[in-house]
Design a protein around this ligand. Structure first.
Ligand code: 6PG
Length: 251
């Protein structure tokens, strides 16, 4: 049985720090496995605040040497439509917390351009991904997609009621987000669902009610886009802290 067979289901940890350590350990394990089997490890990072500590850990003395960075290709699950040095940029957060501190070749970092026309940037990013995964592929086969979940049930930049939820062909889309009055650029749900491994990282009591709805409530993907995430030939894990899991009962 491969190690990755155990990377499924809801795993509850005492606090956010333990979630971050479990996620960093998983990153090390899956990257090792991918590099041993296929020579490279492709990962889509998530934005938001939760993963920052994971990125810091991976860049720390404790973890840095355990990843074969030269073989890692970093993609992004979504991006805000801001320049890369903007406080809201997902790239900036990942770069400051991890990318600039690890021996990752610059050409292995695949950043989504947030400046200019969002639709054009989405399609350029899809072309870049196709260049990596092979133009003929129907969907990208990312080794790992890291995701967060907003307290409204969104994941990546797949927001409740937004147009991108209906995407059936594109890998990357520009998505108008009414609640923030802005465009976001995001992987589509089918692109995420073609990954080998997908991991949600969710912490804090503020996510508890929504997490219960997503995992235990009725299926309503328009209202709860996180419910769309279901890898068709891969694993799905939910790494959560006790506070976020507090409404799950015996899950
Ligand atoms: C983003 C994200 C988004 C995020 C959730 C959770 O760009 O904002 O990728 O999907 O993961 O909103 O964010 P927090 O970790 O900040 O709660």
């Amino acid at each position: 049985m491969s190690n990755s067979d155990s990377v499924s289901g809801v795993q509850v940890f005492d606090d956010a720090e333990q979630v971050a350590r479990a996620a960093a350990d998983l990153f090390v394990r899956l990257s090792d496995e991918a590099v041993a089997e296929r020579g490279t490890f492709s990962v889509a990072l998530s934005g938001g605040t939760t993963p920052k500590r994971i990125y810091e850990l991976l860049a720390s003395d404790e973890y840095r040497a355990r990843v074969k960075w030269a073989n890692v290709h970093v993609f992004f699950g979504d991006e805000r439509t801001v320049p890369p040095d903007h406080a809201d940029s997902n790239y900036r957060m990942a770069n400051e917390a991890m990318l600039s501190h690890v021996p990752l070749p610059a050409e292995n970092v695949h950043r989504i351009d947030g400046v200019g026309d969002a639709a054009a940037n989405a399609s350029r990013y899809e072309s870049e991904m196709r260049g990596y995964f092979g133009g003929g592929a129907q969907w990208p086969r990312l080794d790992l997609v890291m995701l967060g979940m907003g307290d409204d049930g969104h994941t990546a930049s797949l927001f409740p009621g937004s147009a991108a939820l209906g995407e059936t062909g594109a890998w990357v889309v520009a998505n108008w987000v009414e609640k923030f009055n802005t465009w976001r650029i995001t992987l589509s749900a089918p692109a995420i669902n073609n990954a080998r491994h997908v991991v949600f990282l969710i912490t804090g009591a503020g996510k508890a009610d929504r997490l219960r709805e997503v995992l235990k409530g009725e299926r309503d993907t328009t209202r709860l886009p996180s419910q769309m995430i279901a890898p068709r030939d891969g694993t799905l894990a939910w790494l959560v802290d006790r506070a976020a899991a507090s409404k799950l009962g015996d899950a």
